[in-house]
Design a binder for this molecule. Structure first.
Ligand SMILES: NC(=O)c1ccc[n+]([C@@H]2O[C@H](COP(=O)([O-])OP(=O)(O)OC[C@H]3O[C@@H](n4cnc5c(N)ncnc54)[C@H](O)[C@@H]3O)[C@@H](O)[C@H]2O)c1
Length: 260
């Protein structure tokens, strides 16, 4: 299926590694130009050099999504370089694992500032340009934890529920400008983020991280973890005209672990 993404201009926050890097690579494969907006400029530049080619241009812009000035700079740099912004993927995220009684305000703010406020700041900077163009695709990366809470991740889960609320509200508000807003909810992927959860749960349960991992995988009807490419494929679909009548959805990619 031709997704028609050749020559499109996309921003991917948190695109330097993990799921974000697979999304960047997916766009490049489809011939889209990509701006990697990540606070790890070293990794972002490395990836840009690795995947950029004659067909698709890839630019790395140091961006801390919790800073309004960085979000504004990201947008002005992208416009300078490419003249427009057609696709925004809000993927940057952080996690932490704490029992609620040990969850300090600082940790609540750290996670919610990146995961929820970061989506607000970057989207706020981008949307006026999409409205002016009467065209836009916004894809927000939520989580399994954005539909179901779980012990130890109250603050993370709150931030991921927030993303689905933002997605639905914006889909209603921006639909008249031909802007689609959707979310993708990944399940379990062996990225750097999941290592943090595995270590914390293993300590609590007094077992090895490998045992915790196996317990989780056993609960999945398809009996396998998801891959960054699985998530990227759905993001590409939602960024294309093929899905032009889908908006306000939060699509799960979790092997059937939670069905809703
Ligand atoms: N790994 C999973 O199992 C899983 C499951 C569900 C949802 N998710 C979500 O997928 C997204 C990507 O996660 P991942 O597993 O690839 O994690 P990761 O830790 O490998 O990648 C996260 C990326 O975000 C960047 N980032 C962190 N803080 C930032 C900030 N303030 N500004 C800009 N960039 C920042 C990091 O540098 C990194 O490149 C996150 O939103 C995460 O919540 C992951």
């Amino acid at each position: 299926m031709d997704l028609g993404l050749e020559g499109k201009i996309a921003i991917v926050t948190g695109g330097a590694r993990g799921i974000g890097a697979a999304i960047v690579e997916g766009f490049v494969r489809e011939g889209s130009n990509v701006v990697i907006a990540d606070n790890r400029l070293d990794l972002a530049q490395e990836l840009a050099e690795k995947v950029g080619n004659g067909r698709a241009k890839v630019l790395a812009v140091r961006t801390d999504v919790t800073r309004k000035s960085d979000a504004d700079n990201l947008v002005s740099t992208t416009l300078q370089e490419f003249g427009k912004i057609e696709i925004l993927v809000n993927n940057a995220g952080v996690v932490g694992h704490f029992r609620f009684v040990d969850l300090e305000e600082e940790e609540w703010d750290r996670v919610n500032d990146v995961n929820a406020k970061g989506v607000y700041l970057v989207t706020k900077a981008v949307v006026p340009h999409m409205i002016a163009a009467r065209y836009g695709k916004i894809v927000n990366i939520s989580s399994l934890a954005g539909k179901r809470g779980n012990a130890g991740i109250t603050h993370y889960s709150a931030s991921k529920f927030a993303i689905i609320g933002i997605t639905q509200s914006l889909a209603k508000e921006l639909g008249e400008y031909n802007i689609n807003v959707n979310a993708v909810c990944p399940g379990i992927l062996p990225t750097a983020m999941w290592d943090i959860l595995l270590d914390a749960r293993a300590k609590l349960q007094g077992v090895s991280p490998e045992q915790v991992w196996e317990e989780w995988i056993e609960q999945i009807p398809l009996k396998r973890a998801q891959t960054p490419e699985d998530i990227a494929n759905v993001v590409l679909f939602l960024s294309s005209e093929v899905s032009k009548n889908i908006t306000g959805e939060a699509i799960s990619v979790n092997g059937g672990l939670r069905m809703d």
